[in-house]
Design a protein around this ligand. Structure first.
Ligand SMILES: *Cc1c(COP(=O)(O)O)cnc(C)c1O
Length: 382
């Protein structure tokens, strides 16, 4: 007899739903899709369609919303990065597409700032590219970029991760690369919201930009969007599913997820950003206010600073720290206790200065209050 009754799925598997104060991280499942997104996916699941046609029309929507010539739904920003690398190496030459990740006879170098060396850059290598690194994590000189670009350069990459300090500004990178006929590929996975970033990098002259669909856009977790020039997007598509030869074929996007991300994007551009920012600010404030007056414990609110253009500053957050000598607890101890409780609460450390960060973007109503109660219990506020 089938055990499936159509509900209680997580319970049946013994997996506890958690409070996610960690942000749109993949290890927590990214984001919660709004009901219209789920409905669009359900609707799309009922029919067959020509996937080339669906991909092209979805690409038109992405192009319109990003201001780029063309667009493509990807299986996440990491998949988009792989397709960027592949597209810059093969162009629309089917023989080269067929040869990847063997890059003999192709321009196969991607120039990367050491300040941009996040784990995801291995996706460029997965396509067959070789990374040529420049600068160090807190400083890069323009001459380093100029001399790194050569005969074998396929692209210059620009990655918006948590630490942007040591990179040459995007505008200068574009100027230097374009003067040498080399495209600039941008990974802006976690840079949405603010919604202005959807058009920002293309407007600055980037040739291709990759975003996550399952973070702040709140589309399906395994989607992303790629936008850029007609030629490079056509090349990216040749390297991707549904075409079976492409090095990007394992990163397939089904029709349901295309329906989901297109719907999520349309909702995203209509979001009242001021109201959303105020809501996040208020939730962070609940945590900060609720933790005042405990001996040895400090809680501060860090305001949103989207102008910093790094992946952690688009929203307000609460930073909680304590005197380890008094409480006898390390950051890791507190994080572990929050996970063990009921409901489990997941969050991360605040950074090099220590403490933990309560990121409000995925908190539902009442969850900030639960976090306060639990932290007061752990840190001795009651
Ligand atoms: C999240 C992230 C990615 C990966 O995005 P997915 O959509 O999960 O594939 C890539 N680069 C950066 C900087 C990210 O923050």
């Amino acid at each position: 007899m089938a055990s499936y009754k159509g509900e209680g799925f997580y319970e049946r598997l013994g997996v506890k739903p958690a409070i996610n104060a960690w942000s749109w991280v993949t290890v927590m499942g990214g984001s919660i899709m709004p009901p219209p997104v789920v409905r669009a996916m359900e609707e799309a699941s009922r029919s067959f369609v020509d996937m080339h046609h669906l991909n092209a029309r979805a690409g038109d929507v992405i192009a319109r919303l990003t201001g780029a010539e063309a667009g493509l739904v990807t299986a996440g920003s990491a998949a988009g990065m792989l397709l960027q690398a592949a597209a810059c190496m093969t162009g629309t030459d089917p023989a080269k597409v067929n040869r990847l990740p063997d890059t003999r006879g192709m321009k196969n170098q991607i120039v990367l700032h050491r300040a941009h060396r996040v784990g995801y850059v291995r996706t460029y290598r997965a396509a067959g590219a070789k990374l040529v690194e420049i600068g160090d994590t807190d400083r890069t000189e323009e001459w380093e970029l100029e001399t790194a670009i050569g005969r074998k350069t396929a692209a210059v990459a620009y990655v918006y991760g948590p630490k942007m300090g040591g990179a040459i500004p995007l505008e200068s990178v574009i100027e230097i690369a374009h003067a040498r006929g080399v495209p600039v590929i941008v990974d802006a996975a976690a840079m949405l919201p603010p919604v202005e970033n959807l058009t920002r990098y293309i407007a600055a002259g980037a040739d291709m930009v990759s975003f996550s669909g399952g973070k702040g856009v709140m589309g399906p977790q395994s989607t992303g969007i790629l936008c850029g020039t007609k030629e490079l997007i056509a090349a990216a598509y040749m390297n991707s599913a549904p075409n079976s030869e492409g090095v990007g074929r394992p990163a397939k996007v089904p029709k349901e997820e295309i329906a989901g991300i297109v719907t999520a994007l349309e909702l995203f551009v209509d979001t009242d950003q001021d109201a959303q920012r105020a809501d996040w600010h208020q939730k962070a404030q609940v945590v900060v206010s609720g933790l005042q007056g405990i001996t040895g414990v400090g809680a501060i609110l860090v305001e949103a600073r989207p102008e910093l253009q790094d992946s952690h500053s688009g929203h307000a957050r609460a930073i909680v720290s304590w005197d380890t000598a008094t409480t006898g607890l390390t950051d890791e101890d507190v994080i572990a206790r929050l996970k063990e409780g009921d409901p489990p609460i997941y969050l991360g450390t605040a950074g090099p200065e220590g403490g933990i960060a309560v990121v409000p973007v995925n908190l539902c109503k009442g969850e900030a209050e639960i976090i306060v109660d639990r932290l007061r219990g752990i840190l001795g506020g009651d």
